[in-house]
Design a protein around this ligand. Structure first.
Ligand SMILES: Nc1ncnc2c1ncn2[C@@H]1O[C@H](COP(=O)(O)OP(=O)(O)OP(=O)(O)O)[C@@H](O)[C@H]1O
Length: 319
């Protein structure tokens, strides 16, 4: 069931404002603004080369944007004036407050994950193939464990604080493995898992860091229809039961239209549409952008939309 409220206006967890990213003479992202609603699944879509991954890389600290502000409100609504004040102060985030704000464009990727609570997965799976499935999830919680050890030999000596933290980390890992249906593979090397299972493990690993915002780069890429359906169920569970906001890049329109509360469409680095699936689907600018790509992709998009939305899509003249 998709939501009726427009969380991205009422309660944004992330605000991207006037984001520009240039690579030499190429403007990959051009004065882009959009919000991600708290507790929403938001999809960033657009033809190849539209700038989607570049936006992701800016949000997660892999790129420093040329211009723009990326504000994360971790726990709830914050007045614009407070964010403006933080911006003027030159600081990266407002600390020790009930509703902290993080200016991600000023932070390193490591701190964005650790301090602000933004986790991500990659287009190309990046697991530790030689480690077991369980170890991959424990490594994701390494920093939490280091803090519990007081960055001393407490860990080696097995002092109680560290032991408790280690047990909690294992519990979190086991819980997510159960949720993504990989508990029976816990002791197998990650590289031995089939492709779809590796994708689920990557998502579980990101969730072990307890993020408020989970960024997924093409999570359905390479999945078969059954695995795609399982992914949809998992993402809805993450949203509904854990309140994690999800921002995803996805080419599979079947997945996008079925699970997204909000869709932002890019073309040539600019936003061309922003709204619910129904709004975006019938937007002539979106249709035109997709018609600009090669025939095969247009056909694929049309087929996906037909399958998922049936006659309604056809009435609305969808993509
Ligand atoms: N590190 C980089 N250096 C130079 N150009 C880059 C870099 N990263 C991306 N680009 C360029 O920026 C533009 C946007 O690329 P980006 O990968 O963000 O698009 P995308 O929408 O994610 O595409 P796709 O759907 O194919 O993954 C492209 O023209 C790309 O070649």
């Amino acid at each position: 069931m998709l939501k009726q409220t427009r969380n991205w206006s009422a309660d944004p967890v992330l605000s991207v404002e006037h984001l520009t990213m240039r690579f030499g003479g190429l403007v990959a992202v051009d004065d882009l603004s959009f919000n991600v609603g708290r507790g929403d699944i938001t999809a960033l879509i657009g033809p190849n080369g539209a700038g989607k991954t570049t936006v992701f890389n800016c949000v997660t600290g892999f790129y420093k944007p040329t211009e723009g502000r990326i504000a994360l409100r971790r726990e709830g609504a914050v007045e614009d004036e407070k964010i403006a004040e933080l911006t003027r102060s030159g600081r990266q985030y407002s600390d020790g407050e009930t509703s902290p704000v993080f200016l991600l464009e000023r932070m390193t990727d490591f701190r964005i994950t650790e301090v602000a609570g933004v986790a991500r997965t990659f287009q190309n799976i990046r697991l530790f193939g030689g480690m077991t499935v369980l170890e991959n999830l424990l490594v994701a919680q390494h920093n939490k464990l280091m803090r519990a050890s007081g960055y001393s030999v407490a860990g080696l000596l097995g002092l109680p604080g560290y032991r408790r933290a280690a047990a909690a980390a294992k519990e979190t890992a086991v819980e997510w493995l159960r949720r993504v249906d990989l508990l029976d593979r816990a002791d197998d090397p990650a590289a031995d898992l089939p492709y779809g299972a590796q994708r689920r493990l990557e998502i579980a690993r990101a969730l072990c860091t307890n993020p408020v915002l989970l960024c997924l780069d093409e999570p359905a890429a390479g999945l078969n229809p059954r695995e795609s359906a399982e992914l949809n169920t998992l993402l809805k569970y993450i949203r509904d039961e854990h309140g994690v906001s999800v921002l995803l890049i996805e080419h599979d329109m079947g997945v996008v239209m079925e699970i997204s509360d909000h869709i932002v469409v890019l073309d040539y680095g600019k936003k061309i549409s922003d709204g619910t699936a129904a709004e975006v689907r019938s937007d002539p600018k979106v249709i035109a952008a997709y018609l600009g790509v090669d025939d095969e992709e247009v056909e694929e998009v049309e087929r996906d939309l037909d399958v998922k939305t049936g006659p309604k899509a056809a009435e609305g003249g969808a993509l």
